[in-house]
Design a protein around this ligand. Structure first.
Ligand SMILES: NC(=O)c1ccc[n+]([C@@H]2O[C@H](COP(=O)([O-])OP(=O)(O)OC[C@H]3O[C@@H](n4cnc5c(N)ncnc54)[C@H](O)[C@@H]3O)[C@@H](O)[C@H]2O)c1
Length: 318
């Protein structure tokens, strides 16, 4: 199978690329190595594949329509895993236009190219943030979600709608996966768990928003990669599917788990809740179980232990 992975040098994408190459697939990674975080970390993620004849790296921006069409023309992939995006809620408050251009216009370029070049199966990375301040938990794919509370969430919902339209008009087989806070080795360095591990280890204070009772549904990256792989194979048609651990935990407990794994105590720097942050995320995963045979297998304690182990060997980071 030939797979195009956009954002394949990033955190989640590089895990998916590793797996597909290990299976013997041809993998084309399309990534622009932008400086949202230190691009040398992304280079390290893909460095092991440099000599692999089944691997091709295309350095391009998905906002560049010609570059996107060129890749499809040259490769005609069987499947596209579209992970390239400006991620993160808080930075999107400062740069909504950039988020719109990358996450929506860039996605449209990929969909247009896919429709012209053989209609490969299309897997789109969406986000739990589309649920906004949903009062009902757990969050179900059927819940009404017309009130996103950050530009990032708006662009991810818009991306889902563009994917549906391409399915409806052109018969593109597609699935949108709503990831719930993903963590593990290679996590983006600005995300909470990576930052907390680094700061607690160094004895630096960690920013602690709100009263510590906000709830997040954390999902280990291997479980997410399992879900992505299943989505490459099916189901037919169009679907939106949550991928989450379905066991939300408080910020206080998260910090406690990291303290235990490191054997160190956190210094907390307290801040009020941030605009754009949601009080709870909690995935209903019945649809993922039914359609993708998805089961989040790695419990938080184990995932944090593995993340700390990886940090100690690779990731002292920026
Ligand atoms: N990590 C999470 O918790 C999480 C949760 C929900 C959704 N997601 C989504 O999953 C996807 C992957 O997230 P991640 O955490 O691995 O982030 P990441 O930033 O590590 O990976 C994204 C990759 O896309 C590339 N990219 C960004 N803009 C690009 C552009 N214009 N052209 C080409 N490449 C570009 C980046 O260089 C990066 O390597 C994103 O779409 C993100 O919105 C992630």
């Amino acid at each position: 199978m030939k797979i195009l992975i956009t954002g394949g040098a990033g955190f989640i994408g590089s895990h998916v690329a590793d797996r597909r190459l290990a299976r013997g697939d041809r993998v084309v990674v399309l990534d622009d190595f932008n400086d949202f975080y230190d691009p040398s970390l992304k280079r390290k993620n893909v460095a092991p594949h440099a000599g692999n004849p089944n691997y091709r790296l295309v350095e391009a921006d998905i906002r560049d329509r010609d570059a996107v069409f060129r890749v499809f023309r040259e490769e005609t992939p069987d499947a596209v895993v579209h992970l390239a995006a400006r991620a993160g809620v808080r930075p999107s408050l400062l740069q909504p236009v950039l988020y719109e251009e990358v996450n929506c216009v860039g996605t449209l370029h990929l969909l247009d190219a896919a429709v012209v070049h053989g209609r490969p199966r299309f897997v789109f990375a969406s986000s739990s943030s589309v649920y906004g301040i949903n009062a009902k938990v757990p969050f179900s794919e059927e819940d009404p979600i017309d009130r996103p509370i950050s530009p990032y969430a708006t662009t991810k919902r818009a991306g889902e709608l563009h994917v549906f339209t391409a399915h409806h008009i052109h018969g593109l087989e597609a699935v949108c996966l709503r990831f719930f806070t993903v963590y593990g080795p290679r996590q983006r360095p600005e995300m909470a768990i990576a930052r907390f591990i680094r700061s607690i280890d160094r004895g630096d204070p960690i920013p602690f928003y709100g009263d510590g009772e906000s709830l997040r549904d954390y999902t280990y990256v291997d479980d997410i990669a399992d879900g992505v792989e299943a989505a490459i194979e099916g189901p037919p048609g169009f679907d939106i599917i949550n991928l989450g651990g379905s066991r939300p935990i408080t910020l206080s407990r998260l910090v406690g788990e990291i303290e235990r794994a490191l054997g160190k105590t956190a210094k907390l720097e307290r801040h009020p809740d941030q605009p754009g942050d949601v009080p709870v995320t909690y995935a209903a995963v019945e649809k993922a179980e039914r359609l993708l045979n998805f089961h989040a297998r790695v419990p938080l304690e184990e995932g944090i232990r593995r993340s700390v182990e990886w940090y100690r060997t690779h990731g002292s980071g920026p």
